[in-house]
Design a protein around this ligand. Structure first.
Ligand code: NAP
Length: 238
């Protein structure tokens, strides 16, 4: 796919930085966003260093990484990734709604709670964080993806993620195609069309199960879907 510019809202956190690192490695230009532009700039410099210590080939293809306020980042890119905690999501997305109009907005936000029994999916009034973003930023095309990739693995330059499937949900076929291409750029594997945006209600809390598995097996689990051959991956529109 062609390279693009991607703004990462909450790009100073591990998940935003991890996805930004992998996307920059694939040649995309990245604008890390933060509530504090100077924090975003510092994170961008750090990520730039990490890209520089890669191979000569990596340095040749890697995209540019810069930092800005969340608002300036969102305004500067056609594709915007929301990588913020669910706590504060409503206020943040509302504040960015005008800047998100006309853009493809990817949400990897997992509304999770933790108590003595471990992680669990929170009840979200809109159904899911992705649907909440779609309702608050009415002019944006929201796609859910990257919920199940672990930040430490994304940031590990030696970790092979090509066996991990990225489940992508959304109501706009073209936007989903673009995000599935970005998923392949991130993992070296594939993005899988998981269906309509409302299925984010199932994808987001599934992360609680993965965290629970991680704890029991001392691993970093992910998702891999069986039954998809190369041919069936060229899927029927639904
Ligand atoms: N960590 C993972 O392995 C992982 C995996 C899959 C999905 N996710 C999802 O990805 C999202 C980000 O995860 P993370 O671990 O990177 O989260 P995080 O470190 O808690 O937060 C990411 C960034 O969001 C900003 N932020 C924090 N609280 C905020 C608030 N109330 N309002 C606006 N911005 C706020 C902070 O940046 P500034 O202070 O610079 O603004 C922070 O660096 C979450 O929804 C998580 O469920 C995470």
């Amino acid at each position: 796919m062609s390279v693009t510019t991607i703004a990462v809202i909450g790009g100073t956190g591990p998940q935003g930085r991890g996805l930004a690192y992998r996307l920059a490695r694939a040649g995309h230009s990245i604008v890390l966003g933060s509530r504090d532009a100077s924090r975003a700039s510092a994170a961008a410099v750090e990520l730039g260093h990490e890209l520089e210590i890669g191979s000569v080939e990596l340095r040749r293809v890697a995209g540019n990484v810069t930092g800005a306020s969340n608002l300036d980042a969102a305004a500067s890119a056609p594709v915007v990734l929301l990588a913020v905690p669910y706590d504060g999501h409503t206020e943040l997305v509302s504040s960015l709604a005008a800047a998100l109009a006309g853009k493809i907005v990817i949400s990897c936000v997992n509304p999770l709670g933790f108590d003595k029994q471990g992680p669990f999916g929170l009840d979200v009034p809109a159904g899911s964080a992705a649907e909440e973003a779609a309702s608050l930023a009415g002019g944006a095309t929201v796609v859910g993806a990257f919920h199940h990739l672990s930040a430490p693995l994304l940031l590990d330059q030696d970790a092979d993620l090509s066996h991990e499937d990225v489940l992508v949900c959304g109501d706009d076929r073209e936007a989903k195609e673009l995000v599935m291409g970005l998923a392949a750029d991130v993992t070296g594997g594939r993005g899988v069309d998981a269906g309509r945006l409302r299925l984010a209600r199932q994808l987001e809390p599934l992360t609680a199960v993965l965290i629970s598995v991680n704890k029991r097996y001392k691993t970093r689990s992910g998702v891999s879907i069986t039954g998809l051959t190369q041919a069936s991956h060229e899927r029927v529109p639904a």
